[in-house]
Design a protein around this ligand. Structure first.
Ligand code: HBI
Ligand code: FE
Length: 283
């Protein structure tokens, strides 16, 4: 079955990935032979820069699990990661040509499969890329799939997403994903840290998200996050903080349908907006 490419946000150019390679569920085998020496070198340099930035900024669970991705000198083989990941949490990663539509995306998560884009950015996009590539998807998302509580949360999120789609409530779910899985902060005994993949895979946003005085930092309230708009082409203006992955799981694992229906019925909030009921955190 032929699948349609997915265009992200207001992007004015077609997505990079070759969607003709994908099967009906949008997955495709990792095209390992297609990587050039320059591609492997891009991954090696991204990994080296990013891993050096983590101490004091990334959460402990992420730092502990990062070596599970394997040697950092070249793009890993998804199958090698899967041998370890299946054993740790029963999750596996599957190749995709890029962003995929919400229903296949949620279906994969609900089945404990995480879609990983298989191509890598060009050297000119070393610092910033609009679409997720293999570095963002692997380095940003996969380490925490080795954490059992976080892994269970991701599955529950996928199941909730399928339900939301049936109710026309994908937008609130996307916002929650954005402010948790992509840009979430966590409070550790030794201070605030990042667990969101968009922060952890970004050279510049890591410091901004955790240490800068500029953005707002709010205690996570699921309904509040579901109402909050976001921008995809600048640092976040607001971040939401959790106390533990267990808290994230507890907030979303039961039936959280009433929350996204509630969010749909309320006006959206701007990315920088602050309400009297918000609980703000200072760093
Ligand atoms: N597809 N490959 C991929 N990766 C994502 O993170 C992703 C996606 N499709 C949809 C999607 N995310 C969003 O709708 C999330 O907000 C749910
Ligand atoms: Fe991501």
């Amino acid at each position: 079955m032929a699948v349609e490419p997915v265009v992200y946000g207001a992007s004015d150019r077609p997505p990079r990935g070759d969607y003709a390679r994908a099967s009906g569920d949008y997955t495709c085998p990792q095209n390992y032979a297609a990587y050039s020496a320059a591609d492997h070198d891009t991954y090696r340099r991204l990994y080296a820069r990013q891993s050096a930035l983590l101490p004091g900024l990334a959460c402990d669970a992420f730092i502990a699990a990062l070596p599970s991705l394997g040697a950092s000198g070249a793009i890993p083989r998804f199958e090698d990661i899967n041998t370890r990941l299946r054993k740790a949490t029963g999750w596996e990663i599957v190749g995709v040509p890029g962003l995929i539509p919400e229903v296949p995306f949620f279906s994969l998560l609900a089945n404990r499969k995480f879609p990983v884009t298989d191509w890598i950015r060009s050297p000119t996009e070393f610092d910033y890329i609009v679409e997720p590539d293999v570095f963002h998807d692997l380095f940003g998302h996969v380490p925490l799939l080795f954490n059992p509580v976080f892994a269970d949360h991701m599955q529950a999120y996928g199941a909730g997403g399928l339900k939301a789609h049936g109710l026309g409530a994908c937008e609130p779910l996307s916002r929650l994903y954005w402010y948790t899985i992509e840009f979430g902060l966590i409070c550790q005994p030794d201070g605030l840290r990042a667990y969101g993949a968009g922060i952890l895979s970004s050279g510049a946003e890591l410091q901004h998200a955790v240490k800068s005085g500029a953005p707002h930092r709010l205690t996570l309230d699921v309904l509040r996050a579901m109402r909050t708009r976001y921008t995809i082409d600048s640092f976040q203006q607001s971040y939401f903080m959790i106390d533990s992955f267990q808290q994230l799981f507890d907030l979303t694992a039961p039936d959280f349908t009433p929350l996204y229906l509630q969010a749909l019925a309320m006006p959206p909030l701007q990315a920088h907006q602050i309400l009297a009921s918000d609980s703000l955190i200072t760093v």
